[in-house]
Structure formats: C-alpha cells, structure tokens
Write a protein that binds this ligand. Structure first.
Ligand code: NAD
Length: 454
C-alpha cells in the first residue's frame, strides 16, 4: 500500500497490507491472549493505559508530524488532536474502574441482586482517518480496559498513525497479540466481517457503516456505528456579539478543513441579523489561508483525499445552477497538493445537494430564516442526526428549539465540540450506540445479573 502525502502528492512510504490468512492468524492469537487478559486486575490494565497516555506526550512531535504528513492537517491541529486524545484517555483512567465495578443493586429478603460486567471478547475496531487518535481512543481504550482484545484497522489514509498507536500500546505493556493492527483498505475490513469477532465498532461513512451492520447482523454481536453528519447551526436574533458568533461558526465550519463528523455543515440565520452576520462570516472566511500544513502561517491544510475535490466542485456547481451565489472561494487551489478554497455560499435552499448531503470539506451554505419554526423544520430536514447548535443569549429559547431537533448532541452557543464526559451518539443515519461517557465504557461489556440466595 502506498502512503501518499496529500499536501505534496509525494510518496511517503510503502507498507504491505495484511492478507486474509494473516488476519485469521491474528484473531486466533488474540483470542488466546484475551483469555489471559480478562483475568488481569484492573490495576494492571490501568497501568498500561497510563503508560500509553505518557508515551503519546513523550513522542508528541514525531506523532504530530507523521499525522500531518499523511492526512494534510495543519501541524498545530495534529498537536491539538494528541492533547484531545490524552484528555479522553484521562477520563477513561478516572472512570472505568467505578463504572465496571460489581454493583449490588438490591437485597430482597434473603436474596441479593448484583450486576457485573464481562468483556465481549475480541472485537474489531474499523476506524476513520479524519481524527485517527480521537476516534481510535474512543474505542480501543475502554475496550482494552474492560478486558477485551482488539483487531484494529486504521483507515488506509492514516496507516502511519495506526502503526504508531500499535507500537506505543505494546511499549506501554499491552500484550502484542491482544491488540494488533490490520493494515489495508476495504478488503482488509471485509475480511474482519467474515471472521467470528465478538463486536464490531466502526467509525466512518453511513454507506460503509450500513454495509457492515448488514453483513454482521446474523452474528448477533454488538455493533457500534459512529457515522457522518449534516450538522445544522441556527443563529437567532438574540445574539449580542455577531462578530464573535461568526468567528465561532467559522471555526465550526472550517476546522480540519471541514473534515469533522461534527463540522457545521449548514447555517440558518434569523432575518433580523442576517445581513450583519453574513458580513462578519465573509470576513472570517476570507481571513483563512490554505497552504503547507507544516508551516504554522496557514490555518488550512490540504484535504486528505484528493478525490474529494471533485465532489466539492460538483456540490458547488449544483448549488450555483439552482441559484446559489458564491460569496467567498469556490475553487480548487492549483498545485500538486489537494487544496481547496474555504467557500461560503448564500442564497441556498434544500433542493441543493450542499444543504442535504455531507460535504466533508471547507464549504458552507448559509440560509436566511424568518422564525424559529422555519429553522426547526429545516434543521430536521436531513437523514442525519449527529449534532445541532443554536446561538442565543436566551438559553431557554435555545434549549426549547434544540429539544425539537432530532440529534444526539445539542449545543447552545458553541459547536464542533466533544466532551469525554458526555455520550457521543448519532441518531438516524449518524449512527448506532454511543462512545465516550460511562455509556461508552459499558458498550464494551456484556452485563450479567446475579440472583444470590444465601
Ligand atoms: P469510510 O467509510 O470510507 O471508511 C472507514 C473505514 O472503513 C476505513 O478504515 C475503511 O478502510 C473501512 N472500510 C471501507 N469499506 C469497507 C468495507 N466494505 N468493509 C469493511 N471496512 C471497510 O469513512 P472515512 O472516509 O474513513 O471517514 C469519513 C466519514 O466518517 C465521514 O462520513 C465522517 O462524518 C465519519 N466520521 C464519523 C465520526 C463520528 O464520531 N460520528 C467520527 C469521524 C468520522
């Protein structure tokens, strides 16, 4: 497999893919290793993950550099991602022991009733490239702490990072056969679906997630899906500082070049503040410069998949044909790398693909609305349900609007944010199950109910 730097088009490395026979052998060895690991103490497991947490910091520079080289995000964003991943790991270090502790729920006469949690076994973690550390640790850290083995398939666009993760977990004390990387693309992923794993935890597109859920359904094992979004944001007429709001919205739209599952993908603005808000958002968008992601002078790096450029162009072409106006950007940036101008579209509507299909790139459509009911109807007019945001100093109004929008995450005066203390749970085509929070620890276990008379 060729690892290409998307910012330059140059070859970084060639790495052999894991073939079907090797994947099967990895599973056999992981099953043996897991039967020993599940008997280890929580203290020992926590010690390994603590070591991993420290190693991520110790090797921060080299990990951030390789992440930027293979996915094209600005070097500062790679450093931020590593800090974010360590923050999530700290949450799991703090919370796992108590969450999985034996829980005596009731004593009824001579009967004691207790809940305990067993690991699932060996699970598959099929991962995405946009935040490989963040979406990875959501799965493999609680899975390992709960006593599972993991066959981890990093995205083919984040293989160097996947190999770093494998190496550092082993250095941290996680047994070599308990956690192993499966290298490759769709074919390697499909091999995992054919094997008898005890759970499938996937982060990626709706299309692949649905296919995985269908293919493994007859196994009757847990399936967790963290999928895409078309996340809406509504600026009401109760905002004190429209410039500050525009700055926050622009960050939500364009951070990581819009390649975030929870990136703001559509903006609705109350007619009373529309004109002023658009001027501020235009200024914010114009201020962003795309260029060499290793150079700290640029806020935007390159797209990770060069093929996404044609997709963005087709969304813009469709929108313009149907009456949209390109206020900022709209074009690919010439050169060897996969760069695209941060793009702001106005006069958009829901007949346009850009307001309905996940863009996963630096483009945003902004639409004027006359009242909250119209905003709610449009925010719900999507097959996705990951996050939704409302900006208003009237918190009750914002909460009331968001309670009518079908999304797993609701943001008031903020957006594009994840907390390890809260569940990350997409609705509709955005996913199934939850990662993070204590729910995202329990997801890697099977409950057992004990009835003890004695
Ligand atoms: P993708 O679906 O193309 O690939 C994801 C993973 O699935 C990769 O490892 C890939 O090799 C593997 N894969 C592809 N085809 C497969 C098959 N037939 N069988 C088994 N495995 C297969 O997605 P992507 O491009 O890596 O990620 C982008 C998508 O992920 C976006 O839609 C984004 O919104 C979503 N995402 C969601 C979250 C979340 O938390 N909800 C987080 C990050 C990304």
């Amino acid at each position: 497999m060729k690892i290409i730097n998307p910012a330059t088009g140059t070859l970084l490395r060639e790495i052999p893919e894991t073939n079907a026979t090797e994947i099967k052998a990895k599973l056999d060895r992981a099953v043996l290793s897991q039967s020993a690991w599940k008997k280890t103490s929580m203290e020992e497991r926590l010690k390994c993950i603590k070591n991993f947490h420290e190693l991520l910091d110790k090797e921060r520079e080299i990990l951030a550099r390789d992440l930027t080289l293979e996915v094209g995000k600005p070097i500062q964003e790679s450093i931020n991602e590593l800090s974010g991943a360590r923050n999530r790991i700290r949450f799991f270090l703090e919370q796992t022991e108590a969450t999985l502790a034996e829980n005596p729920v009731r004593t009824d006469g001579g009967m004691q009733e207790i809940i305990t949690h067993d690991p699932l076994g060996v699970i598959a973690n099929i991962s995405a490239w946009n935040y490989p550390y963040l979406v990875g640790v959501n799965v493999f850290i609680p899975a390992l702490l709960a006593g599972n083995g993991v066959l981890y398939k990093p995205s083919e666009f984040a293989t160097l990072t996947g190999l770093h993760i494998e190496r550092l977990l082993h250095e941290a004390g996680i047994p070599k056969e308990l956690f192993t990387a499966v290298i490759g693309g769709a074919q390697a992923g499909e091999e995992l679906l054919n094997l008898p794993l005890q759970g499938y935890f996937f982060t990626g597109s709706y299309k692949t997630g649905r296919l995985i859920a269908e293919k493994v359904s007859s196994k009757l094992v847990p399936v967790g899906l963290e999928l895409g979004g078309k996340d809406p944001l509504y600026v009401t007429d109760e905002v004190l500082d429209l410039k500050k709001t525009a700055n926050s919205v622009a960050e939500g739209c364009f951070y990581n070049n819009g390649q975030s599952c929870c990136a703001v993908e559509r903006v609705y603005v109350h007619a009373r503040v529309y004109d002023e808000f658009i001027q501020h958002l235009r200024g914010e968008t114009l201020a962003l410069r795309a260029g060499n992601p290793m150079d700290r002078g640029f806020q935007q790096g390159s797209l990770t998949r060069p093929s996404q450029i044609e997709f963005l162009e087709s969304q813009i072409e469709d929108a313009v044909k149907k009456g949209a106006k390109v206020l900022v950007g709209g074009k690919r940036i010439p050169g060897p790398g996969a760069f695209f101008e941060p793009t702001l579209l106005i006069d958009v509507n829901h007949d346009m693909a850009v307001m309905r299909e996940e863009s996963f790139g630096p483009i945003i459509g902004v639409m004027k609305v006359n009242h909250d009911e119209e905003a709610i109807r449009l925010m719900n007019d999507t097959d996705y349900g990951l996050t939704a945001a409302v900006y208003s100093f009237n918190t009750e109004r914002a909460k009331s609007i968001l309670s009518k929008v079908d999304s797993g995450t609701a943001y008031v005066n903020c957006c594009d944010r994840v907390s390890p203390y809260l569940p990350w749970a997409g609705r509709k085509n955005s996913g199934l199950g939850a990662t993070l929070s204590t729910l995202g620890i329990l997801a890697f276990t099977r409950p057992r109910g004990w009835h003890i008379r004695g």
